[in-house]
Design a protein around this ligand. Structure first.
Ligand code: T4K
Length: 402
């Protein structure tokens, strides 16, 4: 697909042809070596062992645990079920403090089990849960804290864990964005009581659908293993309440294949991130989220914060300009979980305590990246944004007419 480099008058909002003939997505899956994947899938079919702790799942768990430097990795069918099981195994109840600036799965995995998510504001610099606000929200009903490493940038783990110790709370991290990232040289995955990954197709490390809980706590790991397999301790012997959270063999085969190519995928993400930074440099009011290059980082998201006062266009107007060119930027995490059901009905005034969440969810957008996005495509996306930024008044007029 060859994107068209156009002049201002050729923008699609002014009636021009879209720059991209096909839609350019944010979450196009990375696949790795297709031949190797098919080889593994053929082997699975030959073995006729499709799920229930097969050799591929066990190998995948071993490799992930080794990579993260943790004692246990329990692979699951998706990140949401992994969160639900971890929450239950940790004994969370009553209230749990959680950011609203996250994917809806984070609070849903609590509410699903009748635990109240208490929404906490974020630090506007890091986009992660603000420990100062966490401490203010603790009540006698609080049983835990869930931090989310948004965009793969680590939460303030030291501060959160200090607060947790002080108040005898347990800490779980939603590390759906944080696979292969480190903090002070230690891998995300090894913090708190446990951490949860998502390996959904749109994540840079995918198993079609999938997730995992990682932990150094032997007892917790044992409970989680039982819980994700109906509570079976052996044939015909159920010793615990459980559900079905198992990862299947084909998912693990995909996971192993993507792991084999992880360095190449991260390099492509990093290159893309740098190209966006260069391509958007100097446009007033656009600030790409930056990563700490001294740490391990997956560069999975190209998140850009839009300052409407400086750009004279809002985030939503830029997203609309891009959409007409077939570039599907995403507004993660608009409008904030507290503005979605059932939470907006339960806590209609939650926004009053979440000013930074409200502001950021109006201002941030994620741009397409990953191995399917080429430098030429990024150049074209940045060119469109630059054109729009050069004549914002005309862009606003065109959008108001369409
Ligand atoms: N916690 C956090 C912080 C999370 O971000 C997530 C998931 C979870 C927990 C839960 O983990 P999982 O239970 O999902 O394992 C997407 C993903 O569905 C979701 O997994 C992800 N976060 C979230 C941030 O993004 P949507 O609603 O944006 O998905 P969708 O279907 O619109 O796809 C995004 C883009 O990707 C589209 O433009 C199309 C493209 N795409 C999608 C799929 C599935 C492809 O090109 N190929 C594909 O196969 O939520």
């Amino acid at each position: 697909m060859n994107p068209v480099h156009k002049t201002f008058d050729q923008l699609a909002i002014l009636g021009g042809e879209p720059a991209f003939a096909e839609k350019l997505h944010v979450g196009r899956p990375n696949i790795g070596d297709r031949a190797r994947l098919l080889e593994r899938i053929n082997d699975i079919l030959d073995r006729r062992w499709l799920t229930n702790a097969g050799v591929y799942v066990r190998e995948f768990e071993r490799r992930v645990a080794e990579m993260m430097g943790v004692r246990h990795c329990i692979a699951m069918c998706n990140g949401t079920v992994a969160l639900e099981i971890a929450i239950r195994a940790l004994g969370f109840k009553g209230e749990v403090i959680v950011p609203s600036f996250t994917f809806i799965a984070t609070p849903h995995s609590l509410q699903w089990q009748a635990i109240t998510p208490v929404f906490c504001d974020i630090d506007p610099q890091t986009h992660n849960i603000d420990p100062v606000q966490v401490e203010r929200l603790i009540t006698p009903r609080t049983s835990g804290i869930i931090g989310v490493h948004v965009w793969g940038r680590p939460c303030d783990v030291e501060r959160l864990e200090w607060i947790a110790r002080k108040h005898q709370l347990r800490v779980l991290y939603d590390a759906a964005h944080g696979f292969a990232c480190s903090h002070n040289g230690r891998m995300i995955g090894s913090f708190g009581n446990a951490e949860v990954y998502s390996f959904h197709a749109t994540k840079f490390m995918n198993t079609f659908e999938g997730g995992a809980v990682v932990t150094n706590d032997d007892d917790l790991a044992k409970r989680i293993r039982l819980m994700k397999n109906f509570g079976f301790a052996g044939t015909d012997n159920v010793i615990y309440i459980g559900t079905n959270g198992k990862m299947c063999e084909v998912s693990a085969a995909m996971g192993l294949t993507v792991l084999d190519s992880l360095d190449d995928i991260i390099s492509a993400n990093r290159r893309n991130h740098e190209l966006y930074e260069q391509g958007l440099a100097g446009i007033p009011g656009l600030a790409p989220v930056v990563y700490n290059s001294a740490e391990k980082c997956n560069y999975q998201y190209v998140a850009v914060v839009v300052d409407e006062d400086a750009l004279h266009l809002s985030r939503d107007q830029i997203v609309r300009v891009l959409a007409t060119e077939n570039v599907l930027a995403r507004r993660y995490f608009y409008p904030g979980c507290h503005r979605m059901e059932p939470y907006r009905s339960y806590f209609p005034n939650a926004g009053l305590l979440l000013p930074h969440t409200e502001a950021l969810s109006q201002r941030v957008m994620c741009l397409p990246t990953g191995t399917t996005v080429s430098p030429e495509m990024i150049d074209a996306v940045c060119h469109i944004v630059r054109l729009a930024a050069s004549r914002p008044e005309e862009v606003r007029d065109a959008l108001s007419r369409s």
